[in-house]
Design a protein around this ligand. Structure first.
Ligand code: ACM
Length: 667
């Protein structure tokens, strides 16, 4: 791979922090990490803080190869790291939790101060990210950091309904979230395709609606505790009245039709929904929500509310009659009625209600938090009417957009017309990882490292927006995340080995490094994926926004500023394009030998050497050689052809390649 990161300069502080702190001053000097590294906790101390210190020291050990004693001292004298925490914070982490901290490193050691344990957790993640090599030694560079988040709600949604994610996957995801200072795990637990949480009151929900793939209450408590230890709230979602087919398999009587029902295997919007007109539905929900309210301690509960199309309501004469009796002009009005009834139940069990933006309708009580997925407009409209909101629309990972695109989407952009009071109602944002087209082996590479870029958007000051610098730090962050046990990098290799049936995958790795999956929607249209679709294709192996994508964009932009004066960029680009040509025969041989690869990427493997030749020729022509007439037209036609859909993967370098060709002057 030609793509190295960073411009390391031996002695000075190199900022690879992610998210970027609110305030950072680099100072002179550094503090070396040695086996005599000692931690002192001088003020408040509890089991959560001790556990986090133990994990931090273990990670510090492994990052530096330095054995470090785990005892925690009380005296600041002689300590390498003094941790000074004022108190525990809230017994149940609140949306207003104080997450601020300060971190000062001098040549004598480091001091971390925070008002709460959660603040200290955030500071310890920063401390670990500060570790760097100076003069062949691992050090903490001297810095002074004062940090606190811009937004108080910084979440990641994981849809465990469409594909179940084992407890270990959730735990390693929580580790990754903590590393980038995300603080809300939005756990989407029920879907048409699966009911994933044990109910002791209604055990048939999982017995009949989960294929045996669900979390026991004990596992749910374990995950809530694991998250709390890392300063992360767990907000469960029970999506209703639509997206509920899996409930109806065992309880058809709460549906709006006759049944019987089966777990839904296909994706997309279902016509089925709960019956909002029957009192028995609310009795059922009162018991279920009461049970879940005590299982999940967070003060917020998400009730979904999205994508209920009203078809089953309109097809039920009793429901139509109910709507007429109550002067409801459409099914949206019926859903508002359902939400009002549901809100009372949620409040009775001492929770605040959160819902998707479809529930934002006239008559919605002000207590409800709106999660905006269909656009930024609904977030603004809600704030203008006094509702709190969370932005998700630009943070859908299954759109397979680049980290840079997600990164620049701001919950409150500079040109926002919200007043200062209305801005306070924007609590933050949530990354959404929907589960249609992933499973436990591929989920990491869909979430990471892109989510780290969004985490920075939600934590760091609004003016931290340099995309190139974000990518420079993201490359480092991606390796750190792998160190936590995330498999976003290793899975690609494992999947290529499986597809090719050999360990000899260097050439295929090159192909994979310049491909990315098409969006959820494009794949859905091409393949009609369902819950039963095996996710073992090349499209599942390759990563969205692989490092080569930004790297080539960056190199081409730099090169084109003055082609004659950029010999290093010219060399790197030529090496990259010639690599395509050189590796193509081996790639084509392995692709044709593997039925799954052959079906998906025969055409891409054929296109690769031609595109490589166009790139290498363009660099030569821009360096002074003469382009024959007609070359440009033919080259652009080849790029157009390569841009057409094939195998649900696309090349990541066609934009910059086109720029190179466009810049060539023909004779
Ligand atoms: C959603 O994407 N239907 C919330």
């Amino acid at each position: 791979m030609i793509l190295s990161s960073g411009h390391l300069c031996a002695q000075s502080f190199v900022n690879t922090l992610m998210p970027e702190p609110a305030k950072l001053t680099a100072e002179q000097g550094s503090f070396a990490i040695t086996p005599s590294f000692i931690v002192a906790v001088t003020h408040y101390r509890d089991a959560r803080l001790d556990g986090a210190i133990g994990r931090m020291l273990h990670r510090l050990e492994y990052a530096t190869g330095t054995p470090i004693a785990k005892d925690i001292h009380k005296d600041a004298g002689g300590a390498s790291l003094v941790i000074d925490v004022q108190g525990p914070g809230e017994p149940i982490q609140s949306v207003d939790e104080d997450e601020s901290y300060s971190l000062d490193v001098t040549s004598n050691g480091a001091t971390l101060k925070a008002n709460t344990v959660v603040g200290a957790l955030r500071g310890m993640e920063t401390l670990l990210q500060l570790v760097q090599v100076q003069q062949g030694k691992f050090v903490l560079p001297a810095v002074s950091i004062q940090d606190s988040p811009r937004f108080q709600w910084r979440g990641l949604l994981i849809d465990c309904g469409r594909h179940f994610e084992p407890v270990d996957v959730i735990k390693r995801t929580l580790d990754g979230m903590a590393a980038v200072k995300l603080n809300v795990f939005h756990w989407h637990l029920t879907e048409d395709q699966g009911f994933r949480i044990e109910s002791k009151v209604f055990p048939k929900l999982t017995e009949m609606g989960s294929d045996g793939l669900y979390y026991t209450q004990e596992q749910a408590r374990e995950i809530v505790e694991y998250a709390r230890e890392r300063g992360i709230r767990v907000v469960p979602e029970f999506d209703m009245p639509g997206h509920t087919t899996s409930w109806f398999v065992s309880y058809p009587e709460i549906s709006s039709g006759a049944g019987p029902y089966q777990i839904r295997r296909e994706f997309g919007i279902s016509d089925y929904a709960m019956d909002p007109t029957r009192e028995s539905t609310y009795k059922f929900l009162d018991k279920f929500i009461g049970e879940m309210a005590s299982l999940f301690p967070d003060p917020y509960m998400h009730i979904g509310g999205d994508e209920t199309n009203g078809v089953q309501w309109k097809n039920n004469p009793k429901i139509v009659a109910f709507m007429q009796q109550h002067n409801m002009k459409d099914t949206a009005a019926l859903q508002t009625y359902f939400n009002q009834r549901l809100l009372k139940i949620v409040q009775k069990h001492h929770k605040h209600m959160v819902g998707w933006d479809e529930i934002f309708n006239p008559g919605l009580p002000k207590d409800v938090v709106i999660q905006s997925w269909r656009g930024t407009e609904s977030l603004n409209a809600a704030a203008k009417q006094g509702y709190q909101g969370i932005l998700s629309a630009p943070y859908y990972l299954d759109a397979m957009k680049s980290a840079g695109v997600h990164y620049l989407a701001d919950p409150i952009p500079v040109d926002s017309d919200l007043t200062p009071e209305q801005r306070k109602l924007v609590l933050g944002g949530e990354v959404c990882m929907w589960g249609e087209q992933l499973y436990e082996r591929t989920i990491d590479s869909r979430i990471w490292p892109r989510t780290a870029a969004i985490a920075e958007r939600l934590w760091s000051p609004a003016n931290v927006r340099d995309v190139d610098d974000m990518y420079r730090r993201l490359g480092v962050m991606s390796i750190r995340l792998e160190g936590l046990g995330l498999t976003h990098l290793t899975h690609e290799d494992a999947a290529l080995r499986a597809l090719a049936g050999t360990e000899d995958t260097n050439a295929l790795r090159f192909l994979a490094s310049v491909l990315e999956p098409v969006s959820f929607g494009e794949r859905y249209q091409a393949q009609h994926t369902s819950q039963l679709t095996p996710l073992d294709r090349l499209v599942d192996a390759v990563r969205p926004d692989p490092p080569a994508k930004h790297r080539i964009e960056f190199l081409v932009t730099e090169f084109l500023k003055d082609p004659a004066q950029q010999p290093d960029d010219a060399r790197s680009l030529t090496f990259f394009f010639k690599g395509m040509q050189m590796l193509a025969p081996k790639i084509q041989e392995q692709v044709s030998a593997s039925p799954l690869l052959a079906e998906d990427v025969t055409l891409r493997a054929q296109q690769l050497p031609d595109l490589g030749k166009i790139g290498a020729d363009a660099i030569a022509y821009l360096g002074g050689e003469t382009a024959p007439s007609g070359w440009k037209r033919n080259s652009l036609a080849a790029i157009d052809a390569a841009q057409k859909p094939s195998g649900i993967v696309r090349f990541v370098f066609l934009g910059p390649l086109r720029q190179l060709v466009d810049a060539v002057q023909e004779k």
